[in-house]
Write a protein that binds this ligand. Structure first.
Ligand SMILES: [Mn+2]
Length: 430
């Protein structure tokens, strides 16, 4: 752990709120709130975000670090932009310095069209910094000065020229990108004032992280950064974004993903949601994860194929779950002949306490497929033998069996000296 000798720093504490992956405007699994006319999921995400801002304002925090992915994409509709601005404006009003980092979802087509958050720089919001490049900021706060290195989501166009990547495989480009990042980051680290606290704020995929839904959400394929590149003794805290599952990757220094503030999809069903509260005092970093009351997701899975009374069993399974106000998906396996026993309106009734739900029946296929005898390297079937085997199993084709076989023979084994039908076709192609 670093120690700070300057008198001005001794005894001071910098209180930081670190949040990430807001994804405001993810409307999946929502419904229109009849009272407000707003999608209930936007209200959920807004509530979680406002709880973060409430904490920052009431403590107050000396610095707020947002580690990227404000919206599902770089072109959020105005009413979603407005909600985001309304919340973050409260930080500006309270005089709390804030860094908004650019995540992969905030970038418009490989960074060419700017990013959704750059408007805050254009507006000149007091105390707001937009991190869309690798840069170091020395930020004066009520708790003293702090240095923040911003590393936004990196695309190859951020660090490499077209000539450098021409003809290279994706993996080779990734390696080159990592090489460049190492050099650029090293330069920033060497310029740090060792007497001031230093934080790395990055939107990135660290190689040791475990992840869920964002693997599928990622707009572009990114590359993975080794933990050793960011877990440097020069940093007091490494504030990350991108992975939606909260996790601490390293204790010394603390390398932390706060995770998303609301569940974005079922991939995050089991994850706790929240933000991080960090206090940096001379020689010491105090860290805590603060859970948020994010809406619950619930998957109910039941196999009814062996059930004597499928409807009763299904309703019993649903009844045993606490689904009130949850986003529910019900998956059940069933045989076709059981379908008439399952009254849909009763399932809907049972699921009514849920916030929203999806019913996903999987009807088990009963028509047995024609199976071929087990094939080994020694035992192979030529096409005619395979056809013969198939026709034997297909009683409905019995009357045609002889004709089909002779037609096949004609196709595959032409009279001496002639090309087969298949050979004729392939010679035409050549
Ligand atoms: Mn991301």
């Amino acid at each position: 752990m670093k120690s700070y000798d300057r008198a001005e720093i001794q005894g001071m504490t910098i209180k930081i709120l670190h949040l990430a992956d807001i994804h405001l405007g993810s409307l999946a699994h929502g419904k229109i709130n009849p009272v407000t006319g707003i999608n209930s999921r936007l209200e959920d995400f807004t509530r979680s975000l406002s709880l973060c801002i409430d904490r920052a304002v009431s403590e107050p925090a000396d610095l707020v670090l947002f580690a990227g992915d404000a919206f599902p994409d770089a072109v959020p509709p105005p009413y979603v932009q407005q909600v985001f601005a309304q919340q973050f404006r409260r930080l500006a009003d309270a005089g709390i310095p804030t860094v908004l980092l650019i995540g992969n979802h905030d970038q418009h087509s490989q960074g060419l069209g700017g990013a959704s958050l750059v408007i805050y720089r254009s507006l000149g919001v007091p105390g707001f910094i937009v991190g869309d490049t690798i840069a170091t900021y020395t930020i004066p706060t009520r708790g003293g000065k702090v240095q923040v290195i911003t590393v936004p989501w990196l695309t190859r166009s951020a660090l490499l020229t077209r000539q450098e990547t021409q003809g290279l495989s994706v993996a080779a480009v990734g390696e080159l990108l990592l090489e460049k990042l190492t050099i650029v980051l090293e330069a920033e680290i060497r310029r740090l004032d060792p007497d001031l606290p230093a934080i790395l704020l990055g939107h990135m995929m660290i190689d040791t992280a475990t992840y869920g839904a964002e693997r599928f959400l990622a707009a572009g394929k990114g590359f993975t950064i080794p933990l050793s590149l960011v877990a440097r003794s020069e940093f007091d805290y490494v504030a990350l974004g991108h992975v939606h599952r909260h996790q601490v990757l390293c204790q010394e220094p603390l390398v932390v993903y706060p995770g998303s503030i609301e569940r974005v999809d079922f991939g995050e069903e089991e994850e706790e949601k929240g933000y991080c509260w960090v206090e940096i005092t001379q020689k010491r970093v105090k860290f805590s994860f603060c859970p948020l009351p994010a809406r619950q997701f619930r998957t109910i899975t039941v196999d009814l194929t062996t059930s004597e009374q499928p409807l009763e069993d299904l309703l019993k399974t649903i009844g045993a779950q606490d689904i009130r106000d949850c986003i529910v998906r019900l998956r059940y396996q069933i045989r076709p002949e059981q379908l008439c026993q399952v009254e849909q309106h009763l399932i809907h009734q049972a699921l009514a306490p849920a916030h929203t739900y999806r019913i996903m029946p999987a009807v088990q296929e009963t028509s047995s497929r024609v199976s071929l005898p087990e094939l080994t390297p020694d035992q192979v079937l030529d096409p005619l033998a395979a056809l013969q085997h198939y026709l034997e199993k297909r009683s409905d084709l019995q009357p045609l069996q002889a004709d089909l076989l002779s037609a096949a023979r004609h196709l595959l084994e032409p009279p001496q000296g002639q090309l087969s039908f298949l050979e004729q076709q392939s010679s035409l192609l050549l």
